[in-house]
Design a protein. Structure first.
Length: 498
């Protein structure tokens, strides 16, 4: 108790010196508090988002592995790439038997050409919806689904989408598209019904109940008639940040024609062998959670999936891309914490050395009157701890109050920086080419999809970390005192003073 009282009196006697040290500790604690809260909030936000993520997956040819194997074996990459066929629908359904699969649906995609009675909407850069949004689970650098042929084919003016169920129409369930007139077709049979965009209907003066005729891109003499059962429009809110259109009319969402799987399958099957319409099946496994996704990858391997194929999830890829500003912010906070503790520790050590030299006579007097060196050292340690404790408490309080505005300001700066990079890239290339800051493999993430807010809170882990910093700073501030006190000889100190 005497040591604590004496330490407190010494602090009050040298207010200016201790206020300066306390100010340094306060700044260190404030910066550390903000950095720790940002790091903790970033981790919690990422974990919470991932736990709430509804994950879907696809199985595709692992092109990266095939290319790597070709390089190692010295074989022609073209031969290797064409040696593995995409999965058949039968195989896809077999892997859907995994207990992790909550739902399974698929889309057959093909192309059709315009006829004298049906003109496509002209593409002009920006359209009302996302292109091919119901066939979006294909991972970077991978091909998923089955194709009828490896031959080159002619791209038509329309994209035909044959869906297996309502769940496969993800653009509609997400609210990007809405049936504004009529209704969606039945899914179970070849009923030759379809839904088209309002733009396409307006351009060709089509209403619900009319029939449209499209042609085989490989042979324009082969035509197919579909009944318009519904007309859909795009959501301006969800579409404002989506890029539509493209270099070909069929890539414009306005030129997408939806029908059921059986109808499109019958159309493709009816085409002649020499001019067969090219089609591909894109499957989707609804898994629900990241743990289910991991378990599904193990299940399909047990069910016989070759290592030439890989399981991928665009949901995970897009979510990881959305975390890019948050990840950058966490890295910044980590570097800030390291710099603050490093520079602060050096400054406190220098101050301690300077102070203990000034108080050398006091050490000599205390040891001369019989106070043990360890008790003298303990007193200096107590003084340092009290200064550090006060500084950490004040710094933590200020840091806790400033953490939210500072964190969100820094996060906004990160998003703005990435947006500027994407804008510059678009200007340089004349269009969005992907592969930029938004994510790998051309899967650029628009700024609107980034996590742009944090709700930092000071939890137990932050408090414990700050307590550890307080002890650390106390030891740093007193390490010089401990060393010098143990080395000082009281009689020599007193004689030098005289």
């Amino acid at each position: 108790m005497y040591i604590i009282k004496n330490a407190w009196r010494n602090l009050l006697r040298a207010k200016g010196r201790n206020i300066l040290i306390g100010l340094i500790v306060c700044i260190i604690a404030l910066s550390s508090c903000i950095a720790l809260i940002i790091m903790e909030s970033a981790d919690n936000t990422a974990k919470d988002g991932l736990s709430n993520l509804n994950i879907t997956a696809t199985i595709g040819v692992d092109r990266e592995k095939l290319m790597s194997d070709a390089t190692k074996n010295g074989t022609d990459p073209k031969d290797v790439m064409t040696s593995v066929d995409p999965l058949t629908l039968k195989e896809m359904k077999a892997y859907a038997a995994s207990d992790q699969v909550q739902d399974f649906y698929y889309t057959l995609t093909s192309s059709a050409s315009a006829t004298s009675s049906l003109d496509p909407v002209e593409t002009s850069g920006q359209s009302f919806g996302a292109p091919s949004s119901d066939n979006q689970n294909q991972g970077p650098g991978q091909q998923s689904g089955s194709t009828d042929s490896n031959k080159k084919f002619t791209m038509g003016d329309f994209t035909l989408l044959g869906v297996s169920s309502a769940n496969a129409m993800t653009s509609f369930s997400s609210g990007t598209y809405t049936i504004s007139d009529g209704a969606v077709f039945d899914f179970g049979a070849n009923n030759k019904e379809c839904v088209i965009s309002k733009e396409l209907a307006t351009l060709n003066s089509i209403k619900v109940g009319d029939k449209i005729k499209v042609a085989n891109p490989e042979d324009s003499s082969q035509t197919f008639t579909l009944k318009v059962n519904g007309i859909f429009t795009g959501s301006s809110d969800s579409a404002s940040n989506q890029q539509g259109g493209g270099f070909m009319a069929s890539m414009d969402p306005s030129n997408q024609i939806y029908t059921n799987y059986e109808t499109l399958k019958a159309i493709v099957a009816s085409t002649d062998t020499g001019s067969k319409m090219i089609s591909s099946v894109q499957e989707t496994y609804v898994l629900g959670s990241p743990d289910a996704y991991t378990a599904f990858k193990a299940d399909v391997a047990k069910l016989g999936l070759s290592d030439e194929y890989t399981v991928s999830s665009n949901d995970l890829t897009n979510y990881e891309n959305s975390l890019l500003p948050l990840t950058n912010l966490k890295k910044f906070a980590t570097v800030l914490l390291a710099l603050v503790l490093g520079i602060g520790g050096v400054l406190l050590t220098l101050f301690s050395i300077f102070i203990i030299r000034e108080r050398k006579y006091e050490v000599g007097v205390l040891t001369a009157i019989g106070m043990k060196k360890k008790n003298v050292a303990l007193q200096f340690l107590t003084e340092a701890f009290l200064v550090a404790l006060i500084g950490v408490i004040i710094g933590t309080g200020i840091g806790g109050a400033l953490s939210k505005p500072v964190a969100n300001t820094l996060l906004a700066d990160q998003i703005s920086s990435i947006q500027e990079q994407q804008t510059n890239q678009t200007a340089q290339f004349g269009r969005d080419v992907g592969g930029g800051p938004g994510g790998p493999g051309g899967q650029a993430t628009t700024v609107s999809n980034y996590i742009d807010t944090l709700s930092p809170t000071m939890d137990l882990s932050v408090v414990l970390s700050l307590a550890g910093i307080c002890i650390f700073l106390s030891l740093i501030a007193s390490v010089a005192a401990l060393v010098f006190v143990m080395r000082f000889e009281p009689m020599r100190i007193l004689s030098e003073r005289e």
